[in-house]
Ligand binder design. Structure first.
Ligand code: GTP
Ligand code: MG
Length: 290
């Protein structure tokens, strides 16, 4: 419990291997569909924050790209607590993985909560076995098994996280939902809609580039290019008589208006940037390399 007048406020980073349920977890913990969560390795390309706020608590959850591909050491060092997701269907392999063991070693100074995910694959009586398995292999602050898409364990995890968030007064202004610009949040909503309607292998190789973000008559007007990595994908994204592109635009503008709590008009264009994921200059231009 917080002292009267004091509030807990801080940062909880979510780390883990590809497809271990990090994005599903940030969406469930912060009660907001902010980060694309799909069955594809490396869906999350850039860290994304989502702030959970009550009268007495503020937690800025940060979803991160898979540790197998990239680790923002400073982000984890500066967080109050780390939630490390481990797919419980491959727990023993993951606990031995050098990537995860090195991560745990490097972040000894930050409290780590171990979060076995996909626990809906197992009957409840087996969940205790995950705790035993983890506690025998690593030092840990707490272990909270979850299934983020079905909500199981999510409130328990939020309470566990709050124990490590200090009473330091408000870090975020009332009503603040993310540390990111509306521009970035809209581009992630476009990515969510791409994954919803296109095959994952096509959606994952589309770069969203916001060309214009302006305010007209109180409405946000957004013009965005969808850069496909192969010429042959352009027709798939546009669809018959533009039907697919229209579906993407409808879904994305609904999601984005909800996210930024403002009306929004979205104008999408499909362009080809052949093999952009393999080109360093393109990665820098699209904001995926610094
Ligand atoms: N059944 C089940 N599915 C889950 C669970 N957690 C996540 N998923 C699904 O697993 C897939 C991958 O989840 P993500 O949240 O995208 O995983 P991620 O760790 O963010 O993946 P990357 O961004 O690629 O590293 C999605 O289809 C989720 O809906 C879970 O606990 N149970
Ligand atoms: Mg993700």
């Amino acid at each position: 419990m917080s002292e009267p007048g004091k509030i807990r406020s801080g940062y909880a980073a979510i780390a883990g291997s590809a497809n271990s349920g990090k994005s599903a977890l940030i969406n469930a913990l912060s009660c907001r569909n902010i980060s694309p969560s799909y069955n594809y390795r490396g869906t999350t390309r850039i860290s994304i924050s989502s702030i959970y706020m009550t009268e007495t608590e503020q937690v800025c959850f940060i979803d991160t790209p898979p540790l197998d591909y990239y680790e923002d050491e400073e982000l984890f060092r500066n967080s109050d607590v780390i939630c490390l997701t481990l797919n419980s269907t491959e727990l023993s392999t993951k606990l031995k993985s050098p990537v995860l063991r090195n991560f745990i070693n490097r972040n000894r100074k930050t409290p780590i909560i171990f979060v076995p995910t996909f626990i809906d694959y197992f009957p409840a009586e087996l969940h205790g076995a995950f705790t035993n398995q983890i506690s025998m292999s690593v030092n840990y602050q707490e272990i909270v098994p979850v299934c983020a898409p079905c909500g199981q364990g999510v409130s328990r995890l939020r309470s566990a996280i709050l124990k490590y968030i200090p009473e330091r007064g408000k870090l975020f202004p009332d009503g603040c939902t993310s540390l990111h610009s509306e521009r970035f949040l809209v581009s992630e909503q476009i990515r969510i809609s791409l994954f919803s309607v296109l095959p994952a292998e096509i959606a994952a190789t589309i770069a969203v580039q916001i060309e214009e973000f302006s305010i007209r008559d109180q409405k946000r007007y957004v013009r965005a290019n969808l850069h496909v990595a192969r010429h042959s994908n352009k027709g798939v994204v546009i669809g018959r008589k533009g039907a697919m592109l229209q579906d993407i635009a409808d879904l994305a503008s609904k999601g984005a208006s909800r996210m930024i709590e403002r009306p929004l008009y979205l104008d999408l264009w499909v362009k080809v940037r052949e093999s952009w994921p393999e080109n360093r200059d393109d990665l820098i231009e699209f904001g995926y390399l610094f």
